[in-house]
Design a protein around this ligand. Structure first.
Ligand SMILES: Nc1ncnc2c1ncn2[C@@H]1O[C@H](COP(=O)(O)OP(=O)(O)OP(=O)(O)O)[C@@H](O)[C@H]1O
Ligand SMILES: [Mg+2]
Length: 638
């Protein structure tokens, strides 16, 4: 079997070419050839096809072997090149070899030709393979360099002393240090104080046989920012001996802080559910205890031997009710009565009271923005927030200090919210309360909003103040944030959503002595103790009372007594038919019918919103006997 050999012959003589071809055939090749004798022809031949070898005469009338070699080089071909010639001297031959010819064969020594070709073809294969391997290596190096530089993580290597030997571009970006600054410097230099020994500890573990070690590490960037890294490292070996450490570090600062915030939010949510559930039941029980005590007191003279005990029962019940209210506030289960107002007015109205609460030794300063936007909120709840914050500030400044209450309009934009994960974009009215008191450490700050978390002595605090503040602000779709450092005071910042529009002067109730009457009132309430209490109170006032334990029942009772009923007192939330449905059914048919709603808390704020939206009357549980009597009379007289 003969092997195809593609030969480009640079030769002016047809005869010599044929001679050459014959020799090749004799050597077992099947030559495919073309003869060229000018640069232009050779150029074309090179374009037309691939060649295995070039065999050239040394000098031609219009071309030459050195010129042919030059052309190959110019065009980047690496082909075996053999000069076959009759008449050149040794010097020329050497020069030709130096310029890149692979062999030089005299025409009268053709015997050398075939072995020379065989050798050259072999070497050409070797050269090609080497070149391919080099190219592959270069490509893979480029690929790895690209990966190394542009990975999302910091990639670095250290020697066994912990000195950086390489550091990628991502590392420069995250730490702010340039490669020049980092390489040669020690790992410990960028690690947060207190964790500097981590390199040696990890190295020890690795040398003891642990292969891949992952750990968290805090470093300090060039600008002083602390960065939390998730690091994973392994040893680098050279000839079987460890020579350094290779590490990949991911910046998890933001992820960790988001996780912590989420955990915190979930914790608050579940505590809220628990607290709300307990508080709801307590509220109903307390309504009964306070109410019946109240009722009994109403019927006794102050000289009666039981009067004092009943008074005490009522006082204690009210104290419990206050706690319950605080818990309900935290659980965001309070019924809000929002109205548009200017926060500055509330602060001004309250400042005299606040001054008395915080005492002489504390300097109170208010900095109120002139153009403050209006908020839509429950005035008494916001007052409560302000009082709680001021009382805490007072307690933090037992040796005196300064309390500053400030208001300001702020727009939180997307950018701000990206760097402050607790924030939500929007226009807000900011209320900030700052003190120069003892401040708080991190651990305390993380827990201050939990109900019953207090650092105060037994009997000094219940730990419900900030829980309430938190719940109230959240229920108003607001934000709350604390800045504090031990020994440097605290600032509580509260952001309430701003609205456009006009403020309404806060409504103040008119006080009037309670009176009874003889009208007929239907009470719809599922909680037996509360229902019986209302019956008892109203009957002592001379009213005729009908009862129903849910909305359906109420409709039925109403149908039977339709002419006689002047007022319906209904719980907002009842099984079967709720307060709203009852109202809608009866109101449609008897528009003059009067309603008074009572509510313990809002299970679902939406289902009770109608009371406020429709401008209906509402009484919160636990209510006070006097308030109930007064409200009933007021409604009947309208
Ligand atoms: N301005 C402040 N400076 C320093 N620490 C504060 C400040 N405000 C709150 N704290 C800390 O947060 C804890 C919880 O406050 P919170 O108002 O919820 O409860 P409390 O004041 O201890 O009790 P309560 O308000 O129910 O009487 C406090 O015990 C205190 O450790
Ligand atoms: Mg407090």
């Amino acid at each position: 079997m003969s092997r195809t050999l593609r030969v480009l012959v640079v030769e002016d003589s047809e005869d010599d070419t044929l001679l050459l071809i014959r020799e090749l055939r004799r050597g077992g090749y099947d030559p495919v050839f073309q003869r060229v004798d000018t640069r232009a022809d050779m150029n074309n031949a090179l374009d037309r096809r691939q060649w295995d070898i070039v065999i050239a005469d040394y000098s031609l009338p219009n071309f030459s072997a050195p010129e042919a070699l030059g052309l190959l080089k110019e065009r980047g071909f690496d082909l075996p090149f053999i000069i076959v010639s009759g008449s050149i001297g040794e010097d020329t031959a050497v020069a030709a070899m130096k310029s890149g010819a692979h062999d030089y064969i005299m025409k009268d020594n053709f015997a050398r030709l075939l072995p020379a070709i065989a050798r050259e073809l072999r070497e050409a294969v070797g050269r090609r393979e080497r070149k391919k391997a080099e190219e592959a290596l270069r490509e893979s190096e480029e690929r790895y360099r690209d990966l190394f530089e542009n990975a999302n993580d910091i990639i670095y290597t250290l020697d066994l002393e912990g000195n950086f030997t390489s550091f990628n571009r991502t590392g420069e970006r995250i730490t702010g240090y340039s490669r020049d600054e980092i390489i040669g410097s020690n790992f410990a230099n960028i690690v947060k104080p207190g964790q500097q020994d981590v390199f040696h500890q990890m190295l020890k573990r690795k040398l003891a046989g642990e292969e891949q070690i992952s750990y968290e590490l805090e470093i300090v960037a060039k600008d002083g920012r602390q960065i939390l890294l998730d690091v994973s490292t392994r040893l680098i070996y050279k000839e079987g001996r460890p020579v350094g450490v290779q590490g990949i570090a991911r910046d998890v600062t933001e992820r960790k802080s988001l996780e912590a915030q989420l955990r915190q939010a979930q914790k608050m949510e579940s505590i809220g559910t628990l607290a709300g559930g307990i508080a709801h039941d307590f509220n109903n029980i307390l309504t009964g205890i306070i109410g019946f005590a109240d009722l009994a007191l109403f019927n006794l003279s102050a000289q009666h031997p039981l009067y004092h005990s009943l008074q005490e029962i009522k006082n204690l019940g009210e104290r419990a009710a206050r706690l319950t209210r605080q818990l309900l506030a935290f659980a965001r289960k309070q019924m809000l009565e929002p109205q548009p107002f200017n926060l500055n007015d509330v602060i001004t109205d309250l400042s005299k009271f606040l001054r008395r609460v915080i005492g002489e030794h504390i300097d109170l300063q208010t900095i109120l923005a002139n153009d403050l936007a209006i908020v839509h909120a429950d005035v008494s709840q916001i007052e409560q927030v302000l009082v709680n914050l001021c009382v805490n500030a007072r307690d933090a400044m037992s040796h005196g200090g300064k309390l500053v209450i400030e208001t300001r309009n702020v727009d939180l934009d997307e950018m701000y919210c990206q760097t402050h994960p607790w924030a939500k974009p929007g226009n807000y009215v900011l209320l900030s309360v700052s003190d120069t008191g003892v401040g708080m450490d991190r651990a305390t700050q993380e827990r201050i909003f939990e109900p019953f978390f207090t650092t105060k002595e037994l009997g000094q605090g219940t730990g419900l103040g900030l829980a309430m503040v938190y719940g109230i602000i959240k229920q108003h779709e607001g934000l709350i944030h604390v800045y504090s450092e031990p020994g440097h005071g605290s600032t509580f910042k509260i952001y309430l959503p701003a609205i456009s529009g006009q403020a309404k002067a806060a409504e103040r109730p008119i006080i009037e002595a309670p009176r009874g009457g003889s009208e007929t009132i239907l009470i719809a309430e599922d909680e037996t103790s509360v229902r019986e209490l209302i019956v008892a109170i109203l009957e002592t006032q001379g009213y005729s009372v009908l009862t129903a334990s849910n909305g359906e029942d109420a409709v039925r009772v109403f149908e039977q007594n339709r002419e006689g009923i002047d007022l319906i007192i209904s719980d907002a939330v009842m099984p079967r038919l709720g307060g709203r449905e009852l109202y809608e059914i009866l109101q449609r048919r008897f528009p003059a019918l009067k309603f008074l709603f009572i509510s313990g808390y809002s299970v679902n704020a939406m289902s009770e919103r109608f009371i406020i939206d429709e401008g209906l009357e509402l009484l919160h549980k636990p209510f006070n006997t006097i308030d109930l009597i007064r409200k009933v009379r007021e409604l009947l007289d309208r």
